[in-house]
Design a protein around this ligand. Structure first.
Ligand SMILES: C[S@@+](CC[C@H](N)C(=O)[O-])C[C@H]1O[C@@H](n2cnc3c(N)ncnc32)[C@H](O)[C@@H]1O
Length: 328
């Protein structure tokens, strides 16, 4: 099943995601590509573990989804998100039996190492979400990234590093494993085992009530205001607002063709979580205007998203609007 971020709870639970296979081990695969690992690996268990797969490529998501459906692997949840967002926001503490990372993007150029996934903060996050006895498995052709990841795991202070074991055979059947094998390259494998389970907190979404769906209309961030007769939307300029951990960039303001309002496009960054949201400004029958988060795109209502509604409201106030009500 494919999940969008807004389909999850924050944090979610294996019992909710896999009601028919509760109690099975829970495996997360990061960067599953075209999804070849899981059908091979799942076959090595008497009953397939519950599977959570995260990818940032939409094309890969669809390919892998087709493959897992074809293999009859029903207890699988696939999602298109950056891995650190999924792990931080969705995965509960001490919940996973295994995290698998096969052939991660190596970011080989000097100065690009900050793009690598397997850095100390990710190992701390992973350790916090793994069960006691759980492990993170890395298989890669890339010698330099392998050494980098092992050093980062040591530096995290919460992972023991074991490089003596062979990779699971399924990790040698992925698209990239076959590609590098054809080129005659070898593989490196490490098993990272938590030595501590640091309480790395859930992020921006968890600051909002745990069960987000569906929100009553009154809880959708909004404001009611009266615009001055002189209001001129062409005065809008791109602006950046900081609110707590969030940065909100109001990018643009678009007029509705019905000529009764506008829509502001906002970029909201909270830690690793980034959302593009629309905030509508719509005329009401009594002459006032309603400023409200649009449901388009299924935004997750975080403190930063509320701040985006606040930023639009504040800008309108700066243009002479009289605020009647703030509901955010
Ligand atoms: C080199 S490919 C390996 C794919 C697959 N594991 C294999 O072995 O064939 C790396 C994959 O990781 C995905 N990826 C990169 N960064 C990611 C991130 N932050 N979160 C989730 N997936 C990511 C990429 O889209 C790509 O599909």
């Amino acid at each position: 099943m494919i999940f969008r971020l807004s389909d999850f709870q924050f944090p979610d639970s294996a019992a909710r995601l896999y009601p028919a296979t509760q109690g099975h081990p829970w495996v997360l695969e990061v960067g599953f590509g075209d999804g070849r690992f899981w059908p091979h690996f799942a076959r090595t268990f008497a009953a397939p573990p519950n599977y959570l797969g995260v990818e940032i490529s939409g094309v890969s998501l669809l390919k892998a989804h087709r493959r897992l459906q074809g293999a009859g692997l029903d207890n699988a949840v696939l999602t298109k998100l950056p891995a650190d967002v999924l792990v931080r926001e969705v995965v509960p503490h001490g919940a996973l039996d295994l995290i698998v990372v096969n052939f991660p993007d190596p970011w080989p150029k000097a100065g690009h190492t900050e793009h690598r996934l397997l850095r100390a903060p990710f190992f701390q996050l992973a350790a916090s979400r793994l069960k006691p006895g759980g492990a993170l498995l890395l298989t890669t052709d890339h010698d330099e990234y392998f050494e980098f990841a092992c050093a980062e795991a040591e530096a995290s202070g919460v992972m023991a590093v074991d490089t003596a074991q062979a990779p699971p055979p399924a990790a040698l059947e992925t698209k990239y494993a076959l590609k590098w094998r054809d080129l005659g390259l070898g593989v490196n494998h490490a098993r990272f085992t938590p030595t501590a389970h640091p309480p790395v907190p859930h992020g921006a979404v968890a600051a909002y009530p745990a069960d987000l769906a569906p929100l009553p209309e009154s809880a959708v961030p909004h404001a009611v205001l009266t615009l001055p007769k002189t209001f001129d939307p062409t005065h809008f300029e791109k602006q950046t607002v900081r609110a707590g951990r969030a940065t909100v960039v109001l990018l643009d303001l678009y007029a509705s063709l019905r000529r009764d309002g506008w829509v502001a496009l906002a970029h909201v960054v909270e830690g690793e979580l980034t959302q593009e949201v629309l905030v509508g400004v719509t005329a009401r029958e009594d002459g006032s205007h309603l400023v409200r988060l649009a449901k388009f795109g299924g935004p997750i209502i975080t403190p930063g998203v509320k701040a985006a509604v606040g930023a639009v409201t504040d800008w309108l106030e700066g243009q002479g609007a009289v605020i009647r009500h703030r509901g955010y």
